[in-house]
Design a protein around this ligand. Structure first.
Ligand code: ZN
Length: 91
């Protein structure tokens, strides 16, 4: 039995077609002046199969969903749920 990989958009739930090239977003913490914690950062990248399998990666089908995801991330940052507290920062 062939294993068919199903990747769906983390915003709209659409399934990725075989030849589609989507986008990947990750949440990271970059060093800030305050060494105890980092600065929450949203990273958007072109599709990469290896990266897509990382647990931290969000799969986005296009600009519309990337925008929605960014809106949510910004709201989370303002609400204080998107933070780097307790996350080690690479320097
Ligand atoms: Zn989508």
């Amino acid at each position: 039995m062939a294993w068919i990989e199903r990747i769906s958009c983390d915003v709209c739930g659409k399934q990725m077609g075989r030849d589609e090239k989507w986008w990947i977003a990750t949440n990271e913490c970059v060093p800030s002046g305050d060494r105890r914690s980092g600065q929450p950062t949203l990273k958007l990248m072109p599709w990469d199969n290896a990266l897509a399998h990382s647990a931290e990666s969000k799969h986005l089908c296009g600009a519309g969903c990337a925008h929605t995801y960014m809106d949510r991330w910004m709201a989370g940052f303002r609400a204080g749920t998107e933070t780097c507290v307790g996350v080690p920062v690479n320097s």
